[in-house]
Design a protein around this ligand. Structure first.
Ligand code: XMP
Length: 480
């Protein structure tokens, strides 16, 4: 929740505990984010992390100090006192620190429960009330037992049951959707990706054929993508699926366009136009379903209050406004792995559930230079070979995203006794959990060798294959 959440909402009776998160702000600045007045008097369990801990210290009368140098990186933490937070933990812990400000001492009625070699208080708890603070970051993977510490707070201190899971989500979400949608009709755009597929299946479970799915073939989809989506959804009894063949109009507008931003803009605009035309043909629509996930919600929730701009989804920007429909976003509290778990429970096939992300502008941003039918055909084949070999070697599930890119250069090669002068295909595979940063995947050489040899031999027009070994940053995942 944003720090501006009203006390009333927090005190509503549903709250089991509050975690005050870290922040790049300093508690010494008057402008820094603060929880609502009265939070500390609610009697709720509290855990402050880094900046959050300093807020607690400050509230209970300790002055926060600033050090000349930040304490940053791995640190050895010694647990010096029993605490519910430390349940099942060894005395020596490896934790991650990242702070400049610090608390030189614990407030009155608090005890220090761990320390590092530094001057700062590393962790404290109240002697009688369920209030805790940790200066390190339990939420990052570098704090090796951080997950256990958070779990201890949630289970041991807040006494949560831990019954949340995909099944519990379905049990709650389906009746809620029925209530919300009533006897109205819902429109849902399918992209071939997991988010929109799970959204559609979930709504179909709730309201059956009052859901109408639209799948726009924009001409820049991957090999067999249309048939895969059609087969998946046509097999479901309840789903109304409308496939719109808009290939020509997208490709006509893309003709001659080289600038990546221009390509993205054209595809976005055209998508809204096609979708709007289709929606106009359907009678009595009330709702538009979208596969918004929790990270999208976080990104678009402004900590500075309601006046700041809200991010619009970069695939369907402006769509809800243009259609005058109410939004249904049943996945807005889920992370990607949770969406996948729900998809499995809804019996969506693994090809859909385990699918790598695919950008809205599709192959248009993976064909550097002009998008033509011929170049689309080359990229589709090369990409399909790459993915097929990754699946065959069980590497598809081990990488977060993998795909081929067609470069706008030609190089000299030799085939038989003939000189060739043909295109280059680049392969990209990345490891990442959030796509904000990424490393290139260490795919074994022999798999890459097989992919390269197959592409050069089987795809006409390609005589060279290269592998992208750049991280993000400074590169991005996509090439455009
Ligand atoms: P970048 O290239 O920004 O990509 O490092 C990060 C992730 O986002 C995907 N991506 C998009 N997804 N619409 C989307 O739905 C887009 O316009 C778009 N551009 C990039 C990309 O495939 C990667 O997973």
């Amino acid at each position: 929740m944003p720090h501006r959440t009203e006390l009333r909402e927090i005190a509503s009776g549903q709250t089991r505990g509050v975690i005050l998160s870290g922040s790049p702000s300093s508690t010494q600045s008057r402008k820094s984010p603060r929880p609502p007045d009265g939070l500390f008097d609610l009697g709720l369990p509290l855990l402050g992390i880094c900046y959050g801990m300093q807020l607690i210290g400050q509230h209970y009368g300790v002055e926060v100090l600033t050090r000349d140098q930040r304490e940053f990186g791995r640190a050895r933490l010694r647990l010096t006192s029993e605490s519910p937070l430390w349940k099942t933990l060894e005395t020596e812990q490896v934790v991650w620190m990242s702070h400049g400000d610090y608390l030189p001492e614990s407030p009155k009625d608090f005890v220090q429960i761990a320390h590092t070699d530094g001057k700062a208080v590393s962790a404290f708890m109240h002697e009688t009330r369920p209030i805790f603070g940790v200066q390190f970051h339990p939420e990052v993977s570098h704090t090796l037992q951080g997950g256990q510490i958070l779990a201890n707070f949630v289970y041991e201190v807040c006494h949560c049951a831990g019954g949340w899971g995909a099944a519990a989500f379905l049990e709650r979400a389906i009746p809620e959707l029925r209530d919300k949608i009533g006897n109205k009709r819902v429109l849902c755009g399918l992209s071939g990706g997991v988010d929109s597929a799970v959204t559609a299946m979930l709504i179909a479970r709730a309201v059956g054929n009052r859901l109408i799915c639209v799948f726009v073939d924009n001409g820049v989809l991957r090999k067999d993508e249309v048939s895969q989506v059609v087969n998946t959804f046509a097999a479901q009894r309840h789903v109304n699926l409308l496939v719109v063949d808009a290939r020509e109009r997208f490709l006509r507008r893309l003709a001659g366009v080289i600038d990546p931003e221009q390509k993205r803009k054209i595809i976005g605009e055209e998508f809204v136009a096609v979708f709007q035309e289709e929606a106009a043909k359907i009678e009595a629509l009330d709702f538009l379903a979208q596969g918004t996930l929790y990270p999208d919600v976080i990104e678009s929730t402004s900590v500075r209050g309601p006046s700041a701009t809200i991010k619009s989804h970069h695939n369907v920007g402006g769509l809800p406004e243009a259609l005058h429909l109410k939004l249904v976003e049943p996945l807005r509290e889920l992370f990607k792995d949770e969406v996948r778990a729900v998809g499995r429970l809804l019996e969506l096939p693994p090809e859909i559930v385990e699918r790598h992300p695919f950008p809205g502008p599709g192959l248009a941003v993976r064909i550097l230079g002009e998008v033509t039918l011929e170049r689309l055909a080359i990229l589709r084949e090369a990409d399909a070979i790459f993915l097929e070999e990754l699946r065959r070697s069980s590497w598809y599930e081990r990488v977060a995203q993998a795909f081929a890119i067609l470069l706008p250069v030609q190089t000299v090669g030799v085939m038989g006794d003939e000189r060739t002068y043909e295109s280059v295909v680049a392969l990209r595979a990345v490891d990442t959990s959030d796509f904000m940063t990424a490393d290139f995947s260490r795919i074994p050489w022999d798999i890459l060798a097989r992919v390269a040899s197959r592409i050069a031999n089987e795809v006409r027009g390609v005589n060279r294959v290269v592998f992208d070994v750049t991280t993000k940053p400074p590169a991005t995942v996509e090439w455009e």
